[in-house]
Design a protein around this ligand. Structure first.
Ligand SMILES: [Zn+2]
Length: 228
């Protein structure tokens, strides 16, 4: 495997082995390092204070390595693939602790930001919906509160692409709101949806409920309103 020349490598042994210096038995799975062709246990290699960090968490690995004065790459030979494979790192205990703390702090920060952003969006949606509701009630003083509420909430939903989020909706142009009210009346207060379900085509159905919509709008606008 390709390796950085400065990297210290330790090997997870496949077969039972022995330290060439202290003669300690090293059962399969132990870590040893090679020095001038001789195997050394971690104690003899002055690396027994290092702690093993399994591969997998990139950010944690990067940080732990950065904070370790001495670190080593642990590899194991794969008989199946006929090559050494990286198992993880040996790093200093304090470096690992520091790295874990930093990663946790990062995660908390990210989570905090996510929550804040979500709250902010919700607040914006609420504000927009409230503004729209009062605008609708201004235009249609006799519109039931529940209907105004529903229209406002429906049209202000983020990412819906509905009129409330369009530029004109944001500016609360009356025409955009009027269209939203018409759409609401058509679906909630007329036979329009039933007609569609019965197989009528869209244009036909729209024509059929046009007067109904007009009557309801007239009622919602109040007695004094003049409908052209
Ligand atoms: Zn030894």
């Amino acid at each position: 495997m390709a390796r950085d020349s400065q990297e210290v490598v330790v090997y997870s042994v496949l077969r039972d082995s022995q330290c060439s210096q202290c003669q300690q038995e090293l059962p399969g799975g132990s870590l040893l390092t090679m020095h001038e062709g001789q195997s050394l246990c971690l104690h003899c290699a002055d690396m027994e204070h290092l702690t093993f960090l399994p591969a997998g968490n990139t950010a944690l690995t990067r940080r732990a390595r950065m904070h370790s004065k001495l670190w080593a790459v642990a590899v194991r030979f794969s008989r199946a693939r006929k090559r050494y494979e990286r198992q993880g790192l040996l790093v200093e205990e304090e470096a690992l602790t520091l790295a874990q703390e930093k990663c946790l702090a990062d995660e908390n920060l990210r989570q905090g930001r996510r929550i804040q952003a979500a709250e902010h969006r919700k607040e914006e949606d609420r504000t927009l919906a409230e503004t729209m509701r009062s605008k609708i009630l201004e235009m249609f003083p006799a519109c039931p509160r529940a209907d105004a509420e529903t229209i406002a909430r429906h049209t202000s939903v983020r990412g819906s692409g509905r009129v409330g989020r369009s530029k004109s909706g944001r500016n609360l142009e009356e025409e955009a709101l009027r269209l939203a009210v018409i759409a609401h009346i058509r679906h909630r207060h007329t036979r329009y949806d039933d007609l569609l379900l019965q197989g009528e085509d869209r244009a036909q159905s729209r024509r059929a409920v046009r007067d109904e919509i007009r009557n309801i709008m007239e009622k919602w606008m109040g007695k004094s309103a003049i409908i052209q």
